[in-house]
Design a protein around this ligand. Sequence first.
Ligand code: NAD
Length: 275
Amino acid sequence: SKVPPITLNNGVEMPQLGFGVWQVPDDEAEKAVGLALEAGYRSIDTAAIYGNEEGTGRAIANSGVARQELFVTTKLWNSEQGYDSTLRAFDASLEKLGLEYVDLYLIHWPVPAKDAYVDTYKAFEKILADGRARAIGVSNFLPEHLDRLAEATSVVPAVNQIELHPHLQQAASREYHAQHGIATEAWSPLGQGKGLLEVPAVVAVARKHGRTPAQIVLRWHLQLGNVVIPKSVTPSRIEENIDVFGFTLDDEDMAAIGALNEDRRLGADPAAFNG
Ligand code: NAD
């Protein structure tokens, strides 16, 4: 494979780079995921709320890539949190994807005001035990939410997928994950392409390596150990974003990108997001 794997805390291997499909309409997802699979991506990140599990599933079915070579992630939406509703929502996601199992199932947001993520996670443990997900984890969980899970449940999440890019480097979460054996997966790894890719420090490192700013930012993540899931529907960018394994940033480059942290979120604050 083009993309080296990381090993999750239960021994399952996950490609360190995958393809995200947020905001890709269902009828375009089939084409975009198909292009990504042709370009060599083997990990796909979708979610029930994205409304494109069916298009994603069609692309997988038509790709000719063997199921065991793929790593498919989907996520439980907030409105479905709770033990029984989670089991039902998981069945619906599998059905839409046309799969018999997913590789990774994530709780999309903690939704602290609902106070249901512990029961939700217990349903995830059942799904894992039944072999219908190869790994389970969470998304947008703060250390306090992970502490609560650790007190009330038995399976350590394999992954926490959080907003992470050079403007929001998430030092505290990354440290917590490292101490607890949880892989850090970066969502919006390119900062949604908004501004970050024009920052002079990023552009300078790109010129130095004869690479694009997007490739530099992805390389920075990979060298820190983050899993990344960049999104694009543009064929040339889909190819560019996976072509990041033939060069290395040096300490000076890493420090230049590392100096860009502003603790600035593009998305919601997990402590307050109850939508
Ligand atoms: P991203 O950081 O991947 O940026 C994507 C955007 O950057 C594209 O729409 C395009 O405008 C631009 N872009 C992509 N490749 C480029 C290139 N090579 N050159 C120039 N511009 C380029 O943002 P994202 O889509 O928000 O995040 C990636 C994935 O993370 C999503 O698709 C989704 O799977 C996941 N995600 C998860 C959550 C969550 O709550 N768990 C939230 C947001 C996103």
